[in-house]
Design a protein around this ligand. Structure first.
Ligand code: NDP
Length: 328
């Protein structure tokens, strides 16, 4: 038997989440690697799954947890053997496949990547999907030619998971980062991560003109909606905006003006189905470039039993940085 969070759908359509015990027979048959999970995390999407606020979960009952770090217990996959340190991010785990907010998970070997030696299991989950996505965004801006001398980079949703890691990475790479936040009280935290300047997110969250004063060479946006539209409208000629999130909304209420008059590129970032090559490249760069002292400042460590209340908090925007779950 092992401890796990379990989500259930009731006959009236409502959902509930509880801490319970499962046995190995309840793990999905689909999967060729069994992992002893050491740490998991609560991302925004886990918050949506656990609270039932959005239809993220499409199979019931389900263990949530889109991220896990642990050790292989058993494997019939040629790439993995007992004792291997692995990381799982996405691939529909915690949505349609039993997830990692549990002490054990059965996963597909093709989904796993080897945990880099310099990243502990705890730090891997401090990074998690949020941090790996922040790296995908930063790499996409670089690949698009936005260099550290191109100009300022805007990071929205700055005090959240994606935002915090994006600030730490980009400032470590020598970029001048401006953090947009709704939490003025987190200014010191954001500066300690590497933000050179801070703006109030209210400057970006209301409807604005299709083209505005050009300021940003690049943007990492985890917020969407009007914030993304205004970020596009303020991006300098030829600049690029990496869009990965929807904390403000799924909508994109804007115009094509930034694309056709300023040659702005909108770079869509998806972590869930990204190729293994892309994931390994991102994790290698996280291993080499993300300052661990900055990562440590983002971490709040909790146990499995706290996953439920903290899932509500992340949806209400009350979480700073990254929630790491010690499942044991
Ligand atoms: P967090 O909740 O940790 O961060 C989101 C941040 O957005 C908050 O901390 C807050 O920052 C800001 N925010 C919250 N609500 C609003 C609002 N109504 N208007 C404007 N800003 C708001 O979440 P994550 O960092 O884990 O994820 C961020 C987003 O990225 C989510 O939408 C998530 O689904 C998405 N995502 C997408 C991935 C992909 O593959 N495309 C992968 C990972 C995440 P502040 O208080 O500083 O303003």
């Amino acid at each position: 038997m092992f401890n796990a969070i379990l989500l259930n759908k009731n006959d009236d359509g409502s959902t509930d989440a509880k801490l319970t015990q499962l046995d190995e027979a309840q793990l999905p048959a689909e999967g060729d690697v069994t992992v002893r999970v050491e740490y998991s995390t609560i991302n925004y999407k886990d918050g949506l799954a656990i609270t039932g606020k959005s239809p993220v979960v499409r199979k019931w009952p389900l263990v949530p947890g889109i991220d896990g770090a642990g050790e292989v217990i058993a494997s019939s996959h040629p790439d993995w053997k007992e004792g291997d340190p692995v990381i799982l991010n996405g691939w529909g785990v915690g949505e349609v496949h039993m997830g990692c907010l549990a002490q054990q998970a059965r996963l597909k070997g093709d989904w796993l990547i080897r945990r880099p030696a310099s990243i502990s299991a705890r730090n891997a989950m401090a990074i998690g999907t949020a941090g790996y996505t922040a790296m995908l965004c930063a790499m996409a801006l670089q690949e698009k030619g936005v260099g550290k001398d191109s100009g300022e980079i805007l990071v929205t949703g700055a005090s959240g998971g994606v935002g915090s890691v994006a600030i730490a990475i980009l400032s470590a790479w020598g970029y001048r980062v401006v953090a947009s936040t709704g939490k003025a009280s987190e200014a010191d935290y954001l500066k300690a991560l590497g933000a050179a300047d801070i703006i109030d997110r209210a400057e970006l969250s209301a409807p604005g003109k299709p083209l505005q004063k050009e300021r940003w060479a690049g943007v990492v946006d985890s917020v969407g909606s009007h914030t993304l539209v205004n970020a596009l409208a303020q991006t300098r000629y030829g600049g690029a905006v990496a869009a990965c999130g929807l904390a403000q909304g799924l909508d994109l209420p804007g115009s094509v003006a930034p694309f056709i008059l300023r040659g702005i590129s909108l770079l869509g970032i998806d972590s869930v189905m990204a190729t293994r090559e892309k994931r390994e490249a991102a994790w290698q760069r996280l291993a080499s470039d993300l300052p661990l002292d900055k990562l440590e400042q983002m971490i709040e460590e909790i146990g499995l039993e706290e996953a439920l209340p903290r899932a509500r908090d992340i949806i209400e925007g009350k979480v700073r940085g990254r929630l790491v779950v010690d499942v044991n």
